[in-house]
Design a protein around this ligand. Sequence first.
Ligand SMILES: Nc1nc2c(ncn2[C@@H]2O[C@H](COP(=O)(O)OP(=O)(O)O)[C@@H](O)[C@H]2O)c(=O)[nH]1
Ligand SMILES: [Mg+2]
Ligand SMILES: [Zn+2]
Length: 330
Amino acid sequence: MKSENSPHDDGYSSGMVIRGSRNIFTVLLEDETVLECRIKGKVLKGVEGYYNPLAPGDRVSVEADPLHPGTGKITALEKRRTVFTRFNQKGSSSQLLAANADLVLCVTTPASPPFRPRFLDRALLQADAAGIPPLIVVNKSDLFTGDTVSDDLDVDERLEDFRRIGYTVLNVSAKTGEGLDELRSLLEGKFSVLVGQSGVGKSSLINALLPFSNIRVGAINEKYDRGNHTTTQAAMVELPGSENEKRTWIIDTPGIRRFVPDGVKAGETILYLREFAPLAGKCTYGLSCSHRVEPGCKIMEAVAAGVIHEDRYESFLRIQDELEGKNYVD
Ligand SMILES: Nc1nc2c(ncn2[C@@H]2O[C@H](COP(=O)(O)OP(=O)(O)O)[C@@H](O)[C@H]2O)c(=O)[nH]1
Ligand SMILES: [Mg+2]
Ligand SMILES: [Zn+2]
């Protein structure tokens, strides 16, 4: 296979998927050309078990499609280093959000929309379960009032607890530019995935990091996903100014209202919550403990001792129930 040739001259090439639906994929080839591609034949090895066969970040082999000049056919998929997925309720299957991601940016806000630790807990759990380092990005930090308003105190207190249990929390503002230099340096040379509820400012952050991009900002994402069975993904965006040899990429994940963890069994929940994991198996009833009523439950003891925040315990119970019964009622 000649990897240096573009499929435009009937050769073969390799490239990276930068956008995809369920059957049409945009591939950035090695010669920097961009090609719309379909999967060759009915099956592609390595894509089994997912709602969408390929995701941004996937490395693929491409050949020219003689029947449709100017388009390509994907003939092979390179083994993925990481997969960032979520459980797609509509499709009742695993949805690939990104392949080969190096970093998951869990975006949240102190207000507008209100701080939602439940979403954060789920996204963090998914990143840890996938073995991809997560980073908590608190956007709209310009909306922290600085007054001793009880709402803000709660947010501060919760963010402090996320720091305590080992997460990096970065305060930024797409509006004022606060924290963006630090964020940029953390993204350099990596492929990062943004995840967060609609309205937290994911598109705004990409725009702020990349002044020339023209991603639409506004309340369009809710509409975007509703009733759209093909689940169009946002395109990967390359961030400029990297002095590193490795290129810097970022991708948005539009339209996630609720993050249902994927690929984690109910009984494994404890393993992917950082401050819970060291206690796994230590309860009197071992791994069969439900951590709700049993005497000698190390999790309940840790909650009583303040080692596990009550709010995280609440999240843990909800996630465990949800994974147990696949019960998605809010
Ligand atoms: N005050 C403030 N507003 C912001 C900031 N970032 C985004 N917004 C606003 O929040 C709204 C939602 O932003 P958008 O980027 O579309 O959010 P997305 O749904 O996560 O992509 C828009 O009205 C933005 O102007 C910020 O840092 N501070
Ligand atoms: Mg958006
Ligand atoms: Zn227990």
